[in-house]
Design a protein around this ligand. Structure first.
Ligand SMILES: NC(=O)c1ccc[n+]([C@@H]2O[C@H](COP(=O)([O-])OP(=O)(O)OC[C@H]3O[C@@H](n4cnc5c(N)ncnc54)[C@H](OP(=O)(O)O)[C@@H]3O)[C@@H](O)[C@H]2O)c1
Length: 247
C-alpha cells in the first residue's frame, strides 16, 4: 500500500482526525501537506510526529472558507511540487444551536467551512489529478448527515451536502481515474467532542452497539484504504465508522 511519490493535502490536518490521517498517509510514504487555519503549534506538532517517524511533511496555512486563499495555496503547491494526488477534505467546525435560535452567521460559517471549503479545495486540486490520470479525494462527512441531529441543522446540512458533492464528483471524474468517496465518522474523541458533558457522553455511548467513542485512527484507517491501491475500485461511496450507531 505504498504512496511513495504521491503528494497528499489534508485540510484541518493539524489536530484530531486530520492529524491521524496525516500521520497514517505519511507512514504509507506520501509527502503530506498539513493544512490548518489558526493554531500553528498543533500543526508543527503533527509535522514533528511525522518527521520523527521518518516521514515527509510540510505545513500549509490557509482558511478553506476563503476561496482566494485556498485556491492560491493549492495552485502554489502544485506549481512548486509538480502535482497534488490526494486530497482529504477534513477541515470542519460546529456552531450548534436549536434552529429557532440559530443565527444566520452560524449557518453561513458552517456551510462555508464544511461544504464550500470542500468544493473550492476539490476544484483547485482535480486539475492536477486529471493531468496525471490518477487521483483520490476523500471527504470527511458525518453520521449526522444520515441521522440528523437536533441542534445541528447547519452541520447536518453541510455534511449531507458533502455526500452529494462526493457522488457527483465521483461521476464527473471517474473517466480520469480519480476516485471520490466519503468517510462518515460517528462520535470520535477529539477536541470537537472532548467538551461534551459526562452525562451526554454516557447517553451517546448507550446508543452505540460497540459501546465506546471512536478514535481518530479508526477514521484514518478507512481513509488509508480508500486512497490505497486496494481501494481503487471504490468510488462515490461512503465508509461509515461509527461503532454501529447508524446502520
Ligand atoms: N470528532 C467527531 O466526533 C467527528 C464526527 C464526525 C465527523 N467529524 C468531522 O471530522 C472532521 C475533523 O473533526 P475533528 O473532530 O478532528 O475536529 P477538531 O479536532 O476540532 O480539528 C479541526 C481541524 O480543522 C481545522 N480547521 C477548522 N476550520 C478550518 C478552516 N476554516 N480552514 C482550515 N482548517 C480549519 C483546525 O485547524 P486549527 O487548529 O488551526 O483551528 C483543525 O486542524 C470535521 O470535518 C468534522 O466535522 C468529526
Amino acid at each position: 500500500m505504498s504512496l511513495k511519490g504521491k503528494n497528499a493535502l489534508v485540510t484541518g490536518g493539524s489536530r484530531g482526525i486530520g492529524r491521524a490521517i496525516c500521520v497514517w498517509l505519511a507512514a504509507m510514504g506520501a509527502h503530506v501537506y498539513i493544512n490548518y487555519v489558526s493554531n500553528p503549534d498543533a500543526a508543527r506538532e503533527t509535522q514533528r510526529n511525522i518527521v520523527e517517524a521518518g516521514g515527509i511533511a510540510d505545513i500549509l496555512q490557509f482558511n478553506v472558507a476563503d476561496t482566494e486563499a485556498a485556491q492560491d495555496a493549492i495552485k502554489q503547491l502544485i506549481k512548486d511540487h509538480g502535482s497534488l494526488d490526494i486530497l482529504i477534505n477534513n477541515a470542519g467546525i460546529t456552531r450548534d444551536g436549536l434552529m429557532v435560535r440559530m443565527k444566520e452567521e452560524d449557518w453561513d460559517s458552517v456551510l462555508d467551512t464544511n461544504l464550500k471549503g470542500a468544493f473550492i479545495c476539490s476544484k483547485a486540486a482535480v486539475r492536477s489529478m486529471m493531468k496525471k490520470k490518477w487521483g483520490r479525494v476523500v471527504n470527511i462527512s458525518s453520521v449526522i448527515a444520515f441521522a440528523g441531529n437536533a441542534g445541528q441543522v447547519n452541520y447536518a446540512s453541510a455534511k449531507a451536502g458533502m455526500q452529494g458533492l462526493t457522488k457527483s464528483m465521483a461521476r464527473e471524474f471517474a473517466g480520469r481515474n480519480i476516485t471520490v468517496n466519503s468517510v462518515a465518522p460517528g462520535y470520535i474523541l477529539t477536541d470537537m467532542t472532548r467538551d461534551l458533558a459526562e452525562d451526554i457522553q454516557e447517553k451517546i455511548k448507550a446508543e452505540i452497539p460497540l459501546a465506546s467513542l471512536g478514535t481518530p485512527e479508526d477514521v484514518a484507517g478507512a481513509v488509508a484504504y480508500l486512497v490505497s491501491d486496494d481501494g481503487a475500485y471504490v468510488t462515490g461511496n461512503t465508509i461509515h465508522v461509527n461503532g454501529g450507531m447508524y446502520m
